[in-house]
Design a protein around this ligand. Structure first.
Ligand code: AMP
Length: 478
């Protein structure tokens, strides 16, 4: 592997709930995809999906017994070379849903990538997610002999340039750094025939839409394009319309519906009382593995500091932390040595950390979809989880947006007091998660503006944030 200890690959003891899948469409074409009935339920086994033997072997070594619903639905069309739009929440097994068929196709094609090029390009919004996908490729591809590398910003170009120079079977990249390499003529995309956009809606939120379009224009044709997104806002739909050919859409849940196993609640508090409310909430939950979300980097630092003063082992992760600090904090959190992680959206998005029992929204996100992503950090891999949001009077409008999006009324741990002032934060805070996507409501907050018709994206007042840090780049044998 490429030596990124911040991310965990799947481990043998992980199990997702049984994939109970109805209405499986057998793939057209050469692959035979059978269905078996077990106790009246249609089940699909990995061995029936048509994966290459070395890939199937790695999956079995991981201890996966049954493909998850998104895997059952996405793998057959991907193996058949079709474009796919996958709508799946985090924790549903979506990484394997695209990595397993990609490995299979690359083995079967028996081609070699010329220098500077990659046969398959996987784009991810953040360095953490990119590294995590790289880890999954290393795990699922360990018997394939295929090569891969991970490139992202904030680190030296040298190792990445060397990895790219020889040509790769799979390149996992964040958009900004990839374009830097292309501009420096250290990478070329015209020979790439398979592209995956993972967490496309997060790439939209981070302002990567122009970069994505540029990259997709550079990639060779014909190509197979795959897009995964937890939600489908109009600019993402437009991107799919513009760049995917007759895509098969596979969705495993209502796109806005949070994972049902999560017990959600809100606590109505004044802004000034939030810290005390957090301490009260954390007291009985103290032994639980908890992620606390704030809207800004500074906010994350402050909450972490405050929790430490109250005797909790806590640390913050966000875009201003060095890669080393982020890695250390994540490692301590994953190992259980540290129970509390305070994070902004960008830092925590897509992280695959098992065993998170509680998610606290110290502040509600401005974009309601982010709430779904945040709480999706818990109840992963079949586990139970709890999510509590601290809602100040000026966040009540944001709560309404979330309830509208999810179609759920979130239970209150206390009664909602009447409100007189604004129901949305009046002063938008700089930093992550500051964009608001769905409009609506008063407040003069800074709003992201989108141009869905042209598919381009314009955000007022938001700098483009490049994922930085990390040490991706070495060429790997998968
Ligand atoms: P993802 O949604 O890709 O982040 O995956 C969530 C977790 O599910 C990861 O820890 C995977 O290792 C695990 N996983 C993926 N597919 C399966 C499967 N078929 N059976 C059991 N666990 C799985």
């Amino acid at each position: 592997m490429h030596g990124l200890p911040i991310v965990a690959g799947p481990s043998p003891n992980r199990r997702l709930i049984c994939a109970v899948v109805k209405n499986i469409t057998p793939p057209a074409g050469r692959r035979v995809h059978t269905r078996v009935r077990m106790k009246g339920i249609e089940m699909t086994k990995f061995s029936e999906l048509g994966l290459a033997a070395p890939v199937e072997r790695a999956v079995s070594e991981e201890g996966y017994e049954t493909p998850t619903p998104i895997q059952v639905r996405a793998i057959p069309p991907l193996l058949d070379g079709k474009d796919v739009v996958g709508i799946a929440q985090t924790g549903t097994g979506k990484t394997a849903a695209f990595v397993l068929p990609i490995l299979t196709r690359l083995i079967e094609e028996k081609k070699q990538a010329p220098g500077l090029s990659c046969r398959c390009l996987i784009l991810a919004p953040t360095r953490e997610l990119a590294a995590q996908i790289g880890n999954s490729i290393a795990v699922y591809g360990r018997h394939t002999g295929l090569t891969h590398a991970v490139v992202f910003g904030g680190v030296k170009h040298g190792p990445q340039v060397r990895a790219l120079a020889r040509g790769l079977d799979i390149l996992v990249a964040t958009p900004g750094r990839l374009l830097d390499h292309v501009a420096d003529r250290k990478a070329r995309l015209d020979l790439t025939s398979l592209v995956v956009l993972d967490e496309a809606d997060q790439m939209l939120d981070l302002g990567f839409m122009p970069a994505l379009r540029k990259i997709l224009h550079m990639v060779g044709k014909p190509r197979q394009t795959v897009m995964f997104s937890a939600t489908m806002p109009p600019p993402i739909r437009a991107l799919a319309d513009d760049f995917l050919r007759d895509p098969v859409t596979v969705a495993v849940a209502n796109q806005a519906k949070p994972i049902e196993r999560i017990e959600q609640a809100v606590m109505y508090v004044g802004t000034a009382e939030k810290r005390q409310a957090l301490i009260d909430l954390m007291a009985p939950e103290a032994r639980k593995s908890t992620i606390i979300f704030t809207r800004t980097k500074r906010g994350a630092d402050k909450v972490a500091k405050f929790l430490v003063e109250y005797g909790h082992k806590a640390a913050a992760i966000h875009g201003n932390k060095s890669q080393n600090q982020r890695e250390k904090a994540l490692e301590a959190f994953k190992s259980g040595e540290m129970r509390v992680l305070v994070a902004t959206d960008i830092a925590a998005r897509g992280l695959d950390i098992d065993g998170v029992q509680l998610v606290v929204n110290f502040e509600l996100p401005n974009v309601p979809e982010s709430y779904v992503h945040r709480i999706g950090r818990t109840a992963r891999a079949g586990a139970e989880g709890r999510a509590v949001a601290l809602v100040a009077p000026d966040e009540r409008g944001l709560l309404q947006d979330i309830e509208k999006l999810t179609g759920l009324r979130i239970k209150g741990l206390n009664d909602a007091p009447p409100i007189s002032g604004p129901t949305r934060p009046v002063q938008p805070q700089r930093g992550q998660g500051g964009q608001r996507r769905n409009g609506g409501g008063q407040g003069g907050g800074q709003r992201g503006q989108q141009n869905s018709a042209g598919g381009g994206q314009k955000r007022s007042g938001n700098r483009r944030r490049k994922p930085g840090g990390g040490q991706g780049g070495q060429r790997q044998s998968a």
